[in-house]
Ligand binder design. Structure first.
Ligand SMILES: Nc1ncnc2c1ncn2[C@@H]1O[C@H](COP(=O)(O)OP(=O)(O)OP(=O)(O)O)[C@@H](O)[C@H]1O
Ligand SMILES: [Mg+2]
Length: 311
């Protein structure tokens, strides 16, 4: 067993509804895996099973080799779960909150003070430690929740929609924190609906819909698997109609369509054919200023693999 988090064939039913159906994938040490899927796809249910908060009907999850079914205590000691929402704590400051949970994790005396200080430093909450939780902004609360998740220095982290409701700057900061944690060798599973953010942060993705895993792997590999043709974007100095006419005469160019000031088309040929196409455009007197393969993005993966049906 190599992956730090290993999900093996888990199925979870709620009455007649199969929320998670025979899902398997793994997250390696130092890897950030994005978990994407539409509302109700089964992301939170999968994560809660990993965090020992829910039993699967079938299958098992291993955290650093420990089964959630037979060794839940060992799993809890090694796993940090940041839920998508958490309770309100009246009349409690940041420091009191973290100190309380550090006690719950069994940290004592100087070790506890040191650890609380470390997680506050890491999440940049030190200056706010006397602030009451009820008065924190959404971004501060998310950082506090992350700080709490880090108290016992877990090797596997499960973050359920950590970026929901954050402004762009707070999202960038969160992304940097998550990257730093991966840099420390932690395995991180993070769910999000913000696909651009996942694409920037994650090494790979797992796509789930209606409880079924649709794909796992690197974003680039998945998109290449989805597309039979390369997509190319071209923009020339001449009017766009001239370019469209020139492309229409090229046998390997398919589905040319306007995109901003240029044209995107599918190209079925080898790179050498693409080079010839560019030369042909230039030979016709066109002046290309952009000519580049276009990478499929996560949004395309999401929309192609999922059907948008709710259950
Ligand atoms: N405790 C429960 N009892 C009954 N049904 C549940 C329960 N928890 C989840 N479900 C159902 O299981 C399915 C999966 O829910 P889940 O919360 O895992 O989805 P999700 O992918 O996290 O969605 P979202 O993006 O909206 O957070 C949904 O149809 C949901 O209604
Ligand atoms: Mg959810």
């Amino acid at each position: 067993m190599t992956a730090a988090l290993e999900i093996r064939g888990i199925t979870k039913r709620f009455g007649a509804l199969t929320a998670v159906n025979d899902v398997s994938f793994g997250v390696e040490r130092g890897q950030i895996l994005g978990f994407i899927g539409p509302n109700g796809a089964g992301k939170t249910t999968t994560m809660r099973i990993c965090a020992t908060l829910e039993y699967p009907d079938h299958g098992d999850v291993f955290v650093d080799g420990h089964s959630v079914l037979t060794y839940p205590r060992e799993v809890r000691a090694r796993l940090g779960f940041m839920p998508d929402s958490y309770g309100a704590y009246a009349n409690t400051t940041i420091w009191e909150y973290l100190d309380f949970f550090a006690r719950a994790y069994g940290l004592k005396g100087d070790a506890r003070r040191k650890r609380v200080g470390e997680v506050m430093d890491f999440t940049q909450l030190g200056d706010l430690q006397e602030k009451e939780i009820a008065t924190l902004s959404k971004g501060m609360k998310q950082r506090l929740c992350l700080a709490k998740t880090l108290l016992h220095d877990p090797s596997v982290m499960i973050l359920d929609e950590p970026a929901a409701g954050l402004d762009p700057r707070a999202r960038v900061e969160l992304r940097e924190l998550v990257r730093a944690l991966a840099g420390m060798g932690k395995a991180i599973l993070v769910s999000s609906h913000i696909l651009t953010e996942l694409a920037e942060m994650c090494d790979g993705v797992a796509v789930i819909e209606r409880g079924e895993l649709k794909a796992t792997g690197l974003v680039g590999d998945i998109t290449r698997g989805l597309r039979s043709h390369a997509q190319v974007y071209v923009r020339v100095l001449e009017p766009i109609e001239v370019l469209e006419r020139a492309l229409a005469e090229q046998p390997l160019v398919q589905k040319a369509r306007r995109d901003g000031a240029g044209v995107v088309f599918d190209h079925a040929g080898a790179p050498a054919e693409l080079a010839k196409l560019l030369a042909a455009l230039v030979a016709q007197g066109l002046q290309p200023v952009e000519f580049a393969p276009r990478e499929a993005n996560l949004e395309e993966v999401f929309l192609t693999l999922t059907e948008g049906k709710l259950q």
